[in-house]
Design a protein around this ligand. Sequence first.
Ligand SMILES: [Zn+2]
Length: 268
Amino acid sequence: MVEEYLLGDLAWPEVEKVIQDEKVVLLPLGSLEQHGPHLPIDIDTVAAYEVCKRIAKKIPDIAVTMPPIYYTHAEISMGFPGTIDIQPTHFIDYLYDVCESLVKHGFKRIVMVSGHGINPPFMQIVSMMITSRYPAICSGAAYFDFAKPEVRKIVEHGAHAGEFETSMLLALKPENVDMSKAVRDWNIYMGLKSSKYAYRNFIDRSPIFFIDHLSRFSATGIIGDPTKATKEKGQKLIKVIVDDMVEYVKEFRTRPIAKPLKRRTTLK
Ligand SMILES: [Zn+2]
């Protein structure tokens, strides 16, 4: 059955209707990156896409989701087999081309949604470029940056392949999680015993962004404690995050795309 909120399922005349309806296009971005011995390498992509599908299904009059982008920048995990790394400059160009194709067809509002912690700076660059050059607006965020107050009540910590992400996949695709291989690898300070400046936790971010090459400080590829993950936690996370993101997408749909106030502009 063709689902109207999945853009990849549609034929071009149906896509044209979506454009005329000025729906917000969700663009899920993941990775193909090692996530410890207990999680599949596609978890970031699966999580981002499933979140986007749930958002679009809830508000099909307002949003559609694109198929996900699997291949992104993940050099920090290249010490582990299966990781695919796209160089930063290539990735910016590639992501820009995807978004530019959408706006060339007449889409006016794009929301990139990441399941991979390294994507946000690239999404910020591309969203600024698109918004500044076209009569369109584009934004991007990681799904795990939504509903923070509620998320903090559900899980204690969120980092690579830890309690948060493992709970997500236990709720989304439990058959792909092997909890017998999940181990606590509490190396959130990346080689230091402690730091108030730089540590890995996307629920309460450190003031400084720093991520070391994972194979320098982690033998497992895990940052955190996946043994605390449960399916119930994952189900709760998905609910509060999707609810919050639906509100964001609704607001983004109402954001005006005004004509430039000054005569001189780089807008096309
Ligand atoms: Zn991840």
